[in-house]
Design a protein around this ligand. Structure first.
Ligand code: PMT
Length: 471
């Protein structure tokens, strides 16, 4: 427990709700992809006895490795920002440039941003000795081409394989996503539209183009969509896993007022909860994020409700819970609050100061108890931050709070848990468990959301099967 005061540490947020939504655009489901060896999770399911327990094969795994194809056009400069943003989200990005793209921007820009040497030669002896074009095609879990010029679309539609990028697109089994960018007349041209139709019929996804002012000074449809939209498309690889679901999440710390300037809080930054919110959003869910004070920007597209105290968090959860199918408690909610917060600043008096505390309401525990008593309720996912006996404490919380999944993270190791960028987790559910090794919180959140989706759908299937059929 940390005692802080207003004006120090995290900025306070106004209490209230705000919606931060992307423009409505529906993305078709993307085929499932496997995790690579480095990201594999260990799974044990006592119910099925199988080491690979999770039955819902329809839920795809997160993309970790993206080939970003860059073709010639003035929008090339925006591709640099796309690389930066994808790297921020902990995706490995390999940039492949066409010759025309290199006339606009030097490959060094992309090398510096991606941390990998840019590839452009189809027959490159040094590259073929390492990661050749076929290996690169296999490495990619998604090929994203931004900007995609009219010429590139034509060559792809024609099945050309005369440079590295077109060859890669032919040789890969990963989804190919194009972000067209060109002059409005070129975009409208029947040749381009015919190529678009051919590519779409083959399963290539197109994001955009947008309408508006163009670099050539004209107005119309043809400019590349925003960086946000491209990043959303690239990370919405498991889009559909939670489509149609509303996920209610808590994140961050709470502040329990002692007086108008002092409060009790803890070390939670909100990073883990916000990463979970972003991952749920990417998986297609509608997300309501109830957040204690945090310096973080809410992920683009979530409905955020800002609260301060455990009591406010509890009230906000109860207000929204009826709308949700999944509840995820990632917040570090204070377990105790001062019996009475003073109206005026308390003055120093004696050497010692006794503070009387009382228990706060256990938010997720209350939801679990309601469901255990037979009331309908959401699928419940709790977090537990533990410094010792992680498994024992985690299993106890899973059972005592009647949860469907408990995600336990150790918080006694440097660089993990509270206010860090990395985390690791052991997950427990009735009859099963799995572990995720140390990794960035966003990457981990994507994997956790896949697990949540799989268990949620499994529970749903079991519920439907148990329900008497209506003839
Ligand atoms: O925010 P970060 O800096 O990224 O750190 C992330 C984290 C370490 C805070 C997060 O990953 C985490 O572990 N959150 C849970 C913290 C915790 O220890 O919770 P708990 O063991 O006190 O509670 C267990 C569960 O009950 C949690 O889901 C919690 O949200 C919930 N709870 C607890 C108390 C309470 N009054 N109401 C609750 O709903």
């Amino acid at each position: 427990m940390v005692i802080g005061s207003h004006g120090q540490g995290n900025d306070s947020q106004p209490t209230g709700s705000s919606v931060n939504r992307p423009s409505p655009r529906s993305y078709p489901p993307i085929p499932k992809m496997g995790l690579n060896r480095d990201n594999a999770m260990m799974i044990k399911d006592e119910a099925s006895g199988s080491p690979e327990c999770l039955p819902d094969e329809a839920v795809p795994h997160p993309v970790c490795q993206v080939v970003l194809g860059v073709t010639g056009g003035i929008a090339v400069y925006k591709a640099a920002e796309v690389v930066r943003r994808l790297r921020q989200q902990e995706l490995a990005v390999q940039v492949v440039m066409t010759e025309a793209a290199r006339s606009f921007v030097h490959p060094l820009t992309f090398q510096a941003l991606s941390g990998r040497a840019v590839r452009y030669a189809l027959l490159d002896e040094s590259a073929e000795a390492g990661m050749g074009h076929i290996e690169l095609a296999r490495w990619a879990q998604q090929v994203l081409v931004a900007p995609a010029s009219a010429d590139f679309m034509a060559r792809l539609a024609g099945g050309h394989a005369d440079d590295l990028l077109t060859t890669l697109c032919l040789a890969t089994e990963a989804p190919v996503v194009l972000c067209p960018a060109m002059n409005r007349v070129m975009w409208r041209h029947e040749a381009t539209q015919a190529n678009r139709r051919i590519l779409q019929a083959r399963g290539v996804r197109l994001i955009g183009p947008d309408s508006g002012a163009q670099a050539c000074g004209e107005m119309g449809e043809g400019r590349m969509v925003s960086t946000e939209e491209i990043v959303h498309a690239a990370t919405a690889h498991y889009h559909g896993a939670l489509a149609g679901c509303t996920v209610l999440l808590t994140a961050g710390p709470t502040r329990e007022a002692i007086d108008p300037v002092r409060y009790i809080t803890n070390r939670s930054s909100g990073k883990m909860g916000y990463a979970m919110a972003r991952a749920a959003l990417e998986a297609g869910a509608e997300v309501i994020l109830i957040s204690g004070p945090s310096l973080l920007e809410p992920p683009w597209g979530v409905q955020q409700v800002a609260v301060e105290s455990a009591a406010e968090m509890c009230e906000a959860v109860m207000d929204h819970v009826k709308r949700c199918q999944i509840f995820i408690g990632a917040a570090a909610v204070a377990d105790y609050t001062p019996v009475q917060a003073a109206i005026h600043k308390l003055k120093k008096a004696s050497q010692e100061w006794q503070l009387s505390l009382q228990r706060t309401a256990d938010i997720i525990g209350a939801l679990g108890s309601q469901r255990a008593a037979g009331a309908p309720g959401p699928f419940l996912v709790g977090f537990a931050a533990e410094t010792q006996y992680l498994e024992t404490h985690a299993r106890d919380k899973l059972q005592r709070k009647h949860l469907d999944l408990l995600i336990a993270n150790p918080v006694n190791q440097r660089g993990l848990g509270f206010d860090s960028n990395d985390n690791e987790a052991r997950c427990f559910w009735p009859g099963g468990e799995c572990a995720f090794p140390r990794q960035g919180k966003q990457q981990l959140a994507r994997r956790l959301i896949v697990l949540v989706a799989q268990l949620y759908h499994k529970a749903h299937q079991l519920q439907s099967a148990a329900r008497p059929s209506v003839s």
